[in-house]
Write a protein that binds this ligand. Sequence first.
Ligand SMILES: Cc1cc2nc3c(=O)[nH]c(=O)nc-3n(C[C@H](O)[C@H](O)[C@H](O)COP(=O)(O)OP(=O)(O)OC[C@H]3O[C@@H](n4cnc5c(N)ncnc54)[C@H](O)[C@@H]3O)c2cc1C
Length: 549
Amino acid sequence: MPTEEEIAFPSLSDSDLAIFRRRGHPRTVRAGDILFTAGDRNFCFYIVVEGAVAIVEHSSGEERLVRMHGPRDFTGDVDMLSGRRALITARVDQDGSLLELSTDELRSTIDEHPELTEKVVKAFLMRRTLLLSRGFEGAKIIGSRFSPDAHRLRDFATRNAIPFRFIDLDSDEHADAILKQLGVGPSQTPIVIGRNGEWRTNPSIAQFAECAGLTYSLDAEHVYDLVVVGAGPAGLAASVYGASEGLDVLTLEALAAGGQAGTSARIDNYLGFPTGISGKDLTQKALIQAQRFGARVTVPCEVKSLGIDGGERIVTLMDGTRIRTRCVLVASGVEYRGLDVPRYSEFENAGIYYAATEMEARLCKGEEVVVVGGGNSAGQAIVHLARQARHVHVLVRDSDLGAKMSRYLVDQVMGLENVTVSCGAVVTKLGGDTHLEAVHHSKDGEEKQINTSSLFVFIGAKANSTWLRGCVDLDSKGFVLTGMMLPPQTSAAERWRSAGRYPYLLETSLPGVFAAGDVRSGSVKRVASAVGEGSMSVSFVHAYIAKPA
Ligand SMILES: Cc1cc2nc3c(=O)[nH]c(=O)nc-3n(C[C@H](O)[C@H](O)[C@H](O)COP(=O)(O)OP(=O)(O)OC[C@H]3O[C@@H](n4cnc5c(N)ncnc54)[C@H](O)[C@@H]3O)c2cc1C
């Protein structure tokens, strides 16, 4: 088994070098030359032929050597594929010569040579893991764990793999000193301090994303083959298949690639992973895969509406940017429902959570927590939280935990000593001052109170389809109708008659606009089916582009 170090820093063989030489440009360099600097975007890939290149980082304020690359070594990490800003600087340490390839040249080379994809992409992924585990300090977020704004920023950073450190106002001894140094009071938190020491009080997600190097500028004149709205499993699958089959794909994501699946602590029923896989791992890899094939995935980028202009579909973003495309895939999934109890919105993100990722689990280490819901998402959350929390109280409205939860999860939950399940229980009231402190519920006519600062709610979801209203046909619950599910009068309408065909299986009432995954009416709400539909939609996109309606 190769070590982590060997995976991260492999040496290229003679035959690897010969392949890279076909597209690479020789470059003579002198000690001190800078190849790229932290903060740069679209930097090149370099192979050292002679001499040495130092990779350094300055996140703690001091320079730290990450790696000295010698002959046959190559530079780069995942940011080469994602298009995000570099976290590190590459400086020539000894005079010599290099081979230089642009990102597109690198993509074409590794696409043609799968053995190089394995070497290069694995190295990029492992380099990022090692960088983070060896003291790279990203942004600092200072705030209270009970502040909804601090939670919003932490959640965004965690789900988008932005390196950061959370400094809790209530428990971290450094918090006070940092606030004094900046000359601000606790009421002005959360504060984000960027890598270069620049800071902002309570930034919006867009400002935070900009400072973390996530945002791209989009060309309003460009016409894409396919715009995918939503980067959950359905959208990511379409991005991978579309880009790998030569389509010009842009994927727009409001919050974080991965969607609901990205918040799942463990997915046990996805084909090919006999021991399960964390939703974050699965979807982060899918994201890299889509980017490796050349799909552009932009975050945060919320779509406001959809329209038509002649033969083109127009996707309008919240900031007013209009994007032109031949086809659209609606993969905007669903969002979680909340409880209908007084003061609920006061505690959203101030003690109420809709996901139980590592971040939330760590926050309630050693504490009592409440989980509401009896489906599979609740089951996974219970198992995950029970590892960190002192006790997990589960409140289920049905009279039996097995009514909606898969048997394997019921068995796991029932086997946990620090979990109590109350069936037939309904939340009636929430208590607390600035953050959640108590959950009241009734069971068999008796009122009970659980003192807790963490309530996890998993009670189903509603379709993210408001941006489509008036544009494509929806069912009575707001899910998108496609193919055979469209009403006969829609499929018989003039636009279809003149196209000489009926809507394709995943096509909406608007030709060239497809829907896949949880947002689609009648879909099976599973990762595998979302992935299947997302990939299948690409064949309809090809058919539509070959013969537009
Ligand atoms: C906690 C949890 C655990 C789960 N565990 C499992 C499991 O073990 N096995 C299983 O098979 N399934 C599981 N599921 C269900 C599974 O995750 C979903 O079926 C799957 O994620 C659906 O994928 P999707 O791409 O259709 O939608 P989503 O995953 O909902 O993704 C939709 C994406 O679209 C984005 N979006 C929404 N509106 C807009 C807009 N206007 N503009 C731009 N972007 C937008 C959202 O931010 C989101 O990222 C779980 C779900 C949850 C919540």
